[in-house]
Design a protein around this ligand. Sequence first.
Ligand code: DOR
Length: 427
Amino acid sequence: MRQLLTGGQVFREGAFHPGDLVIENGLVAGAGVSVSKFESGNSIDCRGLFILPGLVDVHVHLREPGFSFKETIATGTAAAAAGGVTQVCSMPNLSPPPDGMEHLQAQLKAVRRDARVRVTPFGCITRGQRGAGELADMEAMAPYVAGFSDDGRGVQAEELMEAAMRLAKRLDRPIVAHCEDNALLKPGGCIHEGRYAAAHGHVGISSESEWRQVERDLKLAAKTGCRYHVCHISTKESVALIRQAKAAGTAVSCETAPHYLLLCEDDLGEDGRFKMNPPLRTAADRDALLEGLADGTIDVIATDHAPHTAQEKAKGLDGSLMGVVGLETAFAVLYTGLVKRGVLSLAGLVEKMSLAPRRIFGLPGGAGPGQEADLAVFDLDGEYEIDPETFLSMGRATPFAGWRVQGRNMLTMVKGCVVWQRNTQKR
Ligand code: DOR
């Protein structure tokens, strides 16, 4: 079957070119070539729109199995499709957690049944995803997972992390680390240990609780030769440590999330939608993250889409659970907050949200010739207001509620099939 996306700006070899995109039997047959208007086949009018390789979000909590009252594979991947995300890597803080083939198979079966976009799970590092004790059955899970992570908690013991890295290296899979040293946490810590916490009487979470473990792990990664990816970095110290390790040749990559690039503790309000782990840090941390993004220290922007129920997020900064949603807002807030303001080029944003995550995790699909057609078609002009009530995700808590943004997804395609389309085309 032949499909045409006509008249758009097509992303090819690092830049956008006007032209058409031809898809044959699910594969990109020609990118950016102008196809005769007499050509037969299904044609989608993309005039005025930008055709991107589908976004890849390597940090998503789909909550199933175990927490389907917060999100399901069906709703989470519908949210991904709406946001132009064609592939997610799902985090393993589930019940039961994927710490061996039995539990992983159950999750993979639900993915095959319900997922609207590609889903590649992470397997646990530790048995029971405890961040302690013994290693999960990493060997059996390796062929089916994007890597290993205990996201939600850090692996506390150095010897255990070293053993995990040695095994991950042998299995040729990355360790994807949530860095948090429990010994440096205070009970009840809910936001950054800084100016806002002091002024409003909240218990803080120190920057050191993140960067100390980043520092430890970078040494272990250098020692073991394991591919090491740091999740959701939020502090200037983490940026500096990773920059240094990259310069020294360590095989490290990292991600941060839109909220750490666009917000800081100065933007906090007494509302659960500003609470996530790690927390929003200082303006100096945010600026260091922006520098790290520009100089290549930060490879990837991932959302840490972490849905909770309205009740779980309605208990202010102290009482709410940690986590905010991001799949349906990430591109627009970053396009508006970084690209429109001249901080990052549009091609740079495509690199961080689409190309780099594919490259680092070896994931298929894209807009290039011969690739399985995973695409997102964006309208970069029309302005709209972020309204959580319209989300397909069951989670509604976002610090970006009410923002006026540009960069709206109009159509999402996975393997050449339209999996989502905005019903009110602008023309
Ligand atoms: O804010 C967060 N929420 N941070 C995490 O590390 C875990 C996540 C969740 O699962 O809710």
